[in-house]
Write a protein that binds this ligand. Sequence first.
Ligand code: CU
Length: 226
Amino acid sequence: MAASPSRRASFRPRRDKSLKHAYLIAMPSRQKLIFAIVVLVIAAITGLGALYLVRGPGGPIGSGTALVGGSFTLTNQDGKRVTDQDFRGKYMLIFFGYTYCPDVCPSELQVMSAALDQMGPEADRIQPIFITIDPARDTPDTLKVYVSNFSPRMVGLTGSDEDIAAVAKSYRIYYAKAKGTENQKDYLMDHSTILYLMGPDGKFVKHFTYGTEAKTLAEALHQSIS
Ligand SMILES: [Cu+2]
């Protein structure tokens, strides 16, 4: 729609005064577009707010439990194909990241490992899992060396691009090559930093935000599984 200069310049909410929404109809198209965008943004914020209320800050309430997680088939650090079913009976403490991550992933894995150590024997009921969102570089061998640096009990999972895209989608994890580094050999990845606790039945229990300290995490995990 090519707005003529005269139409742009002649805007006045005067015509169609008889109509109820005369001001809307009289808006020039650019203003209508801005109005529509504002309405959409408000709707999106309201929607997110509602989702937050349903799910709550510490995890979902009621029907919200179906929102995160699901079945997956991936390859572990020993090169063996595994599914979510292989972890049934244990809680899964899942973090998504990549081994080349300069800061966030190492510190989160350290927190996970420290929290489990603080819990003592109770921690045997929790399986810490690191799922890569950079399968191109994170081979089983790379993961094996990496996760063992943090904890002997940690499992590292990788897979094909499709495997990773599917599991990330079901866990609502965002990931992408970081802007400006896409074409470098040592590119960086942007990724979500949510830590998930899934139940022995594979269902969502609780999530933790990045920055939770080991002691706090240990206490929360203890509460969640006892
Ligand atoms: Cu990271």
